[in-house]
Ligand binder design. Sequence first.
Ligand SMILES: *Cc1c(COP(=O)(O)O)cnc(C)c1O
Length: 211
Amino acid sequence: MSRYKAIQARIERSAQSCGRLAKDIRLIAVTKGRDVASITPLLDAGHRDFGENRVQEALRKWPALLKDYPDVRLHLIGPLQSNKAKDALDIFTSIHSLDRESLAQKLAAEKNAAQKEFFIQVNIGAEAQKSGIAAQRAGGFIADCKALGLNIAGLMAIPPQGRDASPYFTALAELARQNNLVGLSMGMSSDFESAIRCGTTHIRVGTGIFG
Ligand SMILES: *Cc1c(COP(=O)(O)O)cnc(C)c1O
């Protein structure tokens, strides 16, 4: 819990230093690989946003917890296979990895899709091996997703490793602005302060909270 409190204090400080409000930055506690015993203290402290990167793991861990804490918001932050779209919508409130037309169609066909929010993942560093739609194609894809009736909250990205993330954060923020989207899912343990300066609305922090 001391790590969790320290992260909250850092969010507060970074927000203040750039004239933002900490309440406009949602902290998603990333619980992939963590057991229920390490999650419960956060729930008891009132934390409600959690991230998982695998559908199967979330289905194993969260239904029991959701019974006790029904107002939890679960965010899928990892890649989603089309054949898991239905399972994902059953447990997650937000999907941060919408990155292709076939997946958008699969999701939109499910009846509970309308109550969910989606972030479009952008391959902002144009890396060959990384998922995410190319930045040049994002505008068209956003329009297609909206036409399918999906509630597009914003854009998500994971910048290239080992490089200063801020130019990539700035590029993602600009792309969102051009497309009239306000949500930005960017910033992890190592770079969330930089993401806050670049306007992030959702940071995804795992090791910073859990060690
Ligand atoms: C694991 C993961 C995170 C959290 O990473 P940390 O460095 O542990 O904070 C954030 N986003 C995604 C997509 C992840 O897979």
